[in-house]
Design a protein around this ligand. Sequence first.
Ligand SMILES: *Cc1c(COP(=O)(O)O)cnc(C)c1O
Length: 363
Amino acid sequence: MKLFTLGPVEMYESTKKISKKDFVYFRTEEYSDIVNNSLKKLAKLIGVSGENSVIYMASSGTGAMEGSVENCINKNEKALVINGGTFGYRFCQLLEYHGIPYSSIDLKWNETLTQKHLDLYNNKNFTHLFVNICETQTGQLYDIKMLSDFCKQNNMYLIVDAIGSFLADEYCMDKYGIDLTIISSQKGLCLSSGMAIVAFSERMKEKVLNNKNKISSVYFDFKDYLKNIERGQTPYTPTIGIMYELSDMLNLIDKEGGKEVWISKVQQKCDYFREKAVNFGLSIPEYPKSNMLTPVYFNNVNAYEIFKKLKDKFQIYVNPCGGELADKIFRISHIGNTTIEDIDNLLEKIEICIKELQEGVYV
Ligand SMILES: *Cc1c(COP(=O)(O)O)cnc(C)c1O
């Protein structure tokens, strides 16, 4: 079996072994040491320099997205959302649910986010920008510098869901003045699903710690998490196993040569796939894309049928697309423990599936 899915991804062998280990009890100094040690390394990867600026939550990535809406913005402020697919739309849903005023820049399929879109929102009293820096539904990677400059000009907080992009594309919180970063264990970190990570700029930490108007629920109260992390703890029982996996993964990234080398390996796989796929006649959208994934577009074969065939016949899992694009597109992940040989094999099997479907052979 091989996973070319976006998360959970094909995990590394050393990660898979962790679940068989013994774990210490978590309300101990021994556990706090593990947390503190990984915190420092993780903060470096995220590019955030403040002390105790990273927290862990036992939730999927969406929990941290919800937490960001509950803790970082108030009802007397106004959000702008880049809505370029299902994950952008999720921010809209969360803001709507919590009664926070917002507008959204709604991108059509295949439409690139440009400065022109942003110019319409200059000097309109928006206080926060919410963006999924890679919109995982389409793979579009937005221009972080353009968004960062827009936020600086308009004195806005910049909230970035980097779940899709983290460890696949360059990312640095301090450099771009990003106020909040949201990450999830099952994507670029290649760990089990279930742990979300949130990193804060100094000014966002101040805002959250002193926010009197916040609407947050008890479980997602970031203030509690920020206070607890000062002693390497979480308010509630953490995902202990994933914390062990994280420690192991951070060591592996170090051993492989660090963040830049790690990202360049993802990029190599990505470039290799795209070049071969295009030569082979597959269509890939033109907009700027994350290294994390490649969307592949089909005009005359049903993409969902190819996905099913790859799974049932060859035990290869690619990522189908939801909604209107389900029959047109599937997505190939470049994160996780896959190799160039795996990609060659994948392309070979896609070719077989296409041929069979064109000849009318269903599974
Ligand atoms: C995967 C992903 C999420 C989180 O999804 P969960 O299922 O809640 O973990 C959020 N945003 C983006 C951009 C993603 O790729």
